[in-house]
Design a protein around this ligand. Structure first.
Ligand SMILES: NC(=O)c1ccc[n+]([C@@H]2O[C@H](COP(=O)([O-])OP(=O)(O)OC[C@H]3O[C@@H](n4cnc5c(N)ncnc54)[C@H](OP(=O)(O)O)[C@@H]3O)[C@@H](O)[C@H]2O)c1
Length: 330
């Protein structure tokens, strides 16, 4: 019988306000994109989720298509809720998304009201939930009017099936338009979920400023560049690593000698700060106050511990930042 650690809220600084909303999110959130699928060990998935909650991670991020197969991560999480975490539902922020391919035919992906609302119902059923905390449009749809997509998110909130609306992968201009639409509909945009890491800085020139201006929170995904910004690949490609066993989104050939030369230098810098490379990479994305949370994935419990340890040192000296920039420009 799972019983959460009594110490889980002992670090109040572990939570940041999400934009100008009433919600705070943990500095580190857990995503269930990988390692929670149909073929993954349930015991390991359960151990990761429960350890995360013990460490104060109150936010779990899902999407309709996480698996494989599609939907399996929501089913796994539903079982974890049923057997372990569900008793603490009111302490947990659960998000899901719709936008990528989920089922055949013209209504199984993108941003129509038809797809989004049907997908949300399916997600709730898989997780055994009456509502999710955040429902996202997973990607902008160039063919569906933004009014329709945002109208569907607003409807999800008004119907009580989601508490807040979110968007993911929207560029700054579309973000500003979505924010206005949702505000006008009376269901303000809580959060944006973009990709951001030392190796992918597209949000820096404009998106962060847009989010700050609109009062929208920001949870950044793949802050460890899917595992590249860790010591995982320093001695080759381990069979149990993402590139080693599930190369759908990270292929062994993506981990080039040039990339490793960079990450090893970043690792030296991290060590001089008393951190692992993963910890420094997370502290680095969290140096922006607009970034509410770093959304990690984990394949084992020890990684969750290591990642949460990042929050012990979120400060960088000017010299450290300059040395990081120099390595990135290499
Ligand atoms: N909105 C979107 O379009 C979108 C897209 C992608 C992801 N996401 C969300 O973001 C979440 C995180 O994405 P991600 O899994 O790519 O994030 P990530 O944190 O960049 O990468 C996670 C991987 O890094 C490795 N790792 C984690 N902690 C480590 C540590 N302390 N030491 C060594 N290795 C460590 C593990 O790799 P191994 O498995 O090799 O051990 C783990 O699976 C997803 O679960 C999902 O919720 C959203």
């Amino acid at each position: 019988m799972y019983s959460p650690a009594a110490t889980r809220y002992d670090t109040p600084n572990f939570y940041r306000r999400c934009g100008r909303s009433g919600v705070k999110l943990p500095l580190i959130s857990l995503g269930l994109w990988h390692n929670f699928g149909g073929k993954d060990s349930f015991d390991n998935a359960r151990a990761i989720a429960c350890r995360a909650f013990d460490l104060g991670i109150t936010h779990f991020d899902l999407a309709n298509n996480y698996g494989p197969p599609d939907g399996a991560a929501e089913e796994t999480f539903g079982r974890i809720l049923r057997e372990d975490l569900g008793k603490w539902r009111d302490e947990i922020i659960i998000s899901t998304k719709a936008g990528y391919y989920m089922w055949p035919g013209p209504y199984g992906e993108w941003g129509s009201r038809k797809y989004l609302l049907a997908s949300l119902d399916q997600s709730l059923q898989r997780m055994g939930l009456a509502y999710v905390d955040i429902f996202y449009s997973h990607r902008p749809d160039p063919e569906t009017p933004l009014e329709e997509t945002m109208g569907a998110l607003a409807h999800a909130v008004r119907s009580g099936k989601a508490l807040y609306a979110g968007i993911s992968n929207y560029d700054p201009a579309a973000t500003a338009r979505a924010a206005k639409l949702l505000r006008d509909l009376g269901t303000p945009c809580l959060i944006h979920q973009p990709r951001y890491s030392l190796l992918d800085r597209w949000i820096e020139p404009q998106l962060l400023a847009t989010l700050e201006q609109e009062g929208i929170g920001c949870i950044v995904f793949s802050p460890l560049a899917k595992g590249v910004l860790t010591d995982r690949y320093f001695k080759g490609i381990p069979a149990d690593s993402r590139a080693g066993h599930d190369p759908r989104f990270l292929r062994p050939e993506d981990i080039t000698a040039e990339l490793l030369a960079k990450t090893k230098q970043l690792n030296d810098l991290a060590q001089s700060r008393g951190q692992t490379l993963a910890q420094m990479a997370l502290a680095w994305v969290l140096r922006h106050k607009t970034v509410t949370s770093a959304l990690i994935g984990a394949s084992r419990v020890s990684q969750v511990d290591d990642c949460v340890g990042a929050t012990r040192n979120l400060n960088f000296t000017g010299d450290e930042l300059a040395r990081i920039e120099a390595v990135l420009k290499m």
